[in-house]
Design a binder for this molecule. Structure first.
Ligand SMILES: Cc1cc2nc3c(=O)[nH]c(=O)nc-3n(C[C@H](O)[C@H](O)[C@H](O)COP(=O)(O)O)c2cc1C
Length: 273
């Protein structure tokens, strides 16, 4: 069986988690598809029953980033897949449910899934350093269990009902009305105030942010960020070696500071196998 690791991971925690799970499976044939790269989102990928796909996406209670664009590149033919959603110690909402629905409508069959925790890409004081060693042990074990289930026992059933993970007190993620099985789209419509970003004087012109930006919103020659293109995935903020890109929105900064308190209790990964 060939293993395909597909991820959209602006700040790297989803990629790390998906790779840890794969390490736990110890398969020889492994392909990686990094969906941050626009060229990869312009291709189409078709898989069969001898493939196993692990799809990792970040979440902001719903799937975040470019989920629809990514799903539309993928076609399965009764292909087993593992769902991985990453959240920043807050809530993963209906993202596992959405990923299952979208992938199964494209010919995939969910065999396992999990919601995992990564350092918040908007505030490094939330879930700092995660995934850490304790998380990694869970990732490896999850990978091992997938190996036993799918490769050794050839079991493709998934007997879990997935639930919505959401707190009504969470002021940051007011998407409760949109949650549920009849959610119209898969992408979060981001409030406009969120992507007020600036490129500060510390910028050394290395253009790493420009290269990492999945939607081509940054132009370092003119030192501008196109807010209409920006999806606020935070790849630029966390990929800048000198931390020259900053969030400017006072509203967002205030929210993120508040979340340091409400998201201070450590959550653990939730896995379904
Ligand atoms: C715009 C945005 C919204 C987010 N919303 C949430 C959220 O609602 N709940 C949560 O726990 N984490 C949230 N996060 C944090 C990310 O899900 C978390 O940092 C994840 O690990 C990032 O994955 P990556 O490192 O692969 O980019 C949000 C991040 C961004 C950029």
């Amino acid at each position: 069986m060939k293993l395909h690791l597909i991820y959209f991971s602006p700040s790297g925690t989803t990629k790390k988690t998906v790779k840890n799970i794969a390490e736990g499976m110890s398969l020889d044939e492994v392909e990686e598809i990094d969906m941050l790269d626009k060229c990869n989102r312009e291709k189409s990928y078709e898989f069969d029953e001898n493939d196993l796909v692990i799809l990792g996406m970040m979440t902001g209670t719903r799937l975040y980033g470019l989920p629809e664009e990514i799903f539309n590149t993928l076609k399965g033919n009764n292909t087993p897949f593992v769902s991985v959603v990453m959240f920043g110690n807050g809530y993963y909402g209906n993202s596992l449910i959405l990923m299952k629905r979208e992938m199964e409508s494209r010919g995939f069959k969910m065999v396992a899934g999990g919601a995992f925790i990564g350092q918040s890409s908007l505030n490094p004081n939330i879930a700092s350093g995660r995934p850490d060693a304790k998380d990694k042990a869970i990732h490896l074990d999850f990978g091992h269990q997938i190996y036993d289930k799918v490769i050794v026992n050839k079991k493709l059933s998934f007997d879990h009902s997935l639930s919505i993970d959401y707190s009504r007190d969470d002021t940051f993620t007011k998407v409760k009305c949109a949650l549920g099985t009849h959610t119209p789209g898969v992408s979060v419509v981001m409030p406009k105030f969120m992507n007020e970003l600036s490129i500060g004087d510390k910028c050394v012109g290395c253009k790493k942010c420009e290269k990492r930006c999945p939607v081509g919103a940054i132009d370092i020659d003119s030192m501008t960020i196109d807010r209409d293109k920006c999806i606020m995935c935070a790849a630029c903020i966390n990929g800048c070696p000198v931390k020259a890109i900053q969030m400017e929105s006072k509203k967002l900064k205030k929210m993120m500071t508040k979340l340091e308190t409400t998201r201070s209790i450590r959550r653990e990964p939730v896995v379904h196998i």
